[in-house]
Write a protein that binds this ligand. Sequence first.
Ligand code: NAD
Length: 353
Amino acid sequence: MSFELLDLAATHGAEHVAFAADEETGLRAIVAIHSTVLGPGLGGTRFYPFASEHDALVDVLRLAKGMTYKHAACGNDLGGAKAVIIGDPRTIRTDELIRAYGRLIDRLGGRYLTAEDVGTTQADMDLIRTVTPYVTGVSESLGGSGDPSPATAWGVYHALKAVAERLWGSATLEGRHVAISGIGKVGSALARHLAAAGCELTLADVRRDVAAALADELGARTIDPDAIHQVECDVLSPCALGATINEVSIPALRCAAVCGCANNQLATEADGERLAAAGVLYAPDYVVNAGGVINIADELGSDGYHRDRAWKRVATIHDTVLRIFAIADEQGITPAAAADHLAEQRLAAKSHA
Ligand code: NAD
């Protein structure tokens, strides 16, 4: 396997970028470690048919930086990192390739800890565990924390309580109308929590049968996925794709707040300003959806993973979201900018300690 460890600090803001190519298995991978100021870099491995190595590099650097902010804001003692395997997992994935990838991670000596992401599975993490200890999110039977989605949904639920507290003076969600776009692993678990809390729900998914079945179960309404942004409701919860909050959707919004698990909900930075100008409160996505990484971080303690302890910490997303709204007020900035500020403050405090 060819292996190159580059120091790109001057050009990309990342501490290290490792490129690997393995002729035997066809593995082509890039690991980007953006920051280890708070601890080893932890972030998932995306297995995706990028059009070029350049595209893969741009994506992995952007995602690694995002992980630095996510860990910092939620209080994890972890750094930001991400990895990509270039290629279509449906055609090139073999156990040998995944093991070769695991050996690459092992060579990084613990400065990068991997996890599941788009295109990789828990089974891949279990296989990686056979060649390196530097992997998280392995099966519960192997002492891991398993699927992060339930913890992510638990975190979004607590972020919604913070939104309610901020807007209506009480964390109770009973009687509030939440419109959820994307009834996948996180969206469906969130819908169940909200139904149990007495919320009115409107559900939308491109898999209409999935949304209809859950709506039947929970006594909710469904709506066309293209119309969810226009639903008159208390909170819109984007739980599908990114960039759905943009200059087209914002003028159509009829909600008091946006709070969901999807990554990169704002199409551009300016959309944070647009939301604020439209009087819509935004709970920053990477803070709201940190439940999964908080849960995984619990695996790394000396006594291993404890679900109750992990979920208690996930619930602190409520306090973090309220803190971010307070910073936004104090500094006259948007909640999205306030989340970055909180993360940067924590990084600066550790750098100067
Ligand atoms: P998922 O694939 O299980 O669910 C996504 C759902 O969105 C699917 O049901 C899909 O049919 C639906 N969908 C796709 N396009 C849609 C559209 N245009 N309108 C409405 N619905 C649409 O994914 P997930 O694990 O639930 O994650 C959802 C989002 O949250 C993703 O953006 C993901 O990156 C982010 N996220 C997930 C986790 C986690 O722990 N799973 C953690 C952090 C962030």
